[in-house]
Write a protein that binds this ligand. Structure first.
Ligand SMILES: [Mg+2]
Length: 179
């Protein structure tokens, strides 16, 4: 999937600005050039799978590249368990837990605390109805990744077929607009 021109125009509803398989496929240099200074990154199944003790080497290398590009990676999770803040601490990442995505207040709180505006932030996550919808409503660019692990909690597993339907219908509509 293309990593270029993903940020014009801004997306609305459930449609991500960009879609990639894994965070490591996100082109940090082009984000930097688009004025992006901060990434609000979902934790579970975006940065790390539930069975993993720490993020994979590919994720760690990508986080290091973000640091070198001058883009701050921030953990932004609905999960409020100690595991999230502990691992974020080990990675020396700023961390917001129990944020309540897709509520607008979740994004406002994080942006205010970090001194950013929607124009300088990209939100990254694996769930359309939380990560993407919340970001789009907040005017923050959104990148959808594939979940790291298919073995998910039942409520999330039930949502996945609906997500696929929504994404398929968005793709169809975009094709129709192009054609
Ligand atoms: Mg997630």
């Amino acid at each position: 999937m293309s990593t270029h021109n993903q940020f014009t125009p801004k997306r609305t509803g459930f449609s991500p600005s960009q879609q990639v398989r894994h965070v490591s496929a996100i082109d940090l240099e082009s984000l930097r050039q688009s004025g992006i200074r901060m990434l609000l990154i979902d934790f579970d199944n975006t940065l790390i799978a539930r069975h993993e003790a720490r993020p994979s080497a590919a994720v760690l290398a990508w986080l290091e590249r973000a640091r070198q590009a001058g883009i701050e990676a921030v953990v932004f999770s609905n999960n409020r368990s100690r595991r999230v803040s502990r691992i974020a601490g080990e990675l020396r990442l700023r961390c917001f837990t129990g944020v309540g995505k897709p509520a607008l207040s979740a994004y406002r709180t994080a942006l205010d605390a970090c001194g950013q505006t929607p124009a300088t932030v990209v939100a990254i996550g694996d769930q359309v109805f939380r990560d993407i919808w919340g970001a789009n409503r907040s005017g923050v660019h959104s990148i959808l990744v594939e979940p790291l692990d298919r073995r998910e909690f039942l409520p999330i597993r039930l949502i996945r077929p609906i997500e696929r339907l929504v994404l398929a219908s968005l793709r169809e509509r975009q094709l129709r607009n192009v054609g």
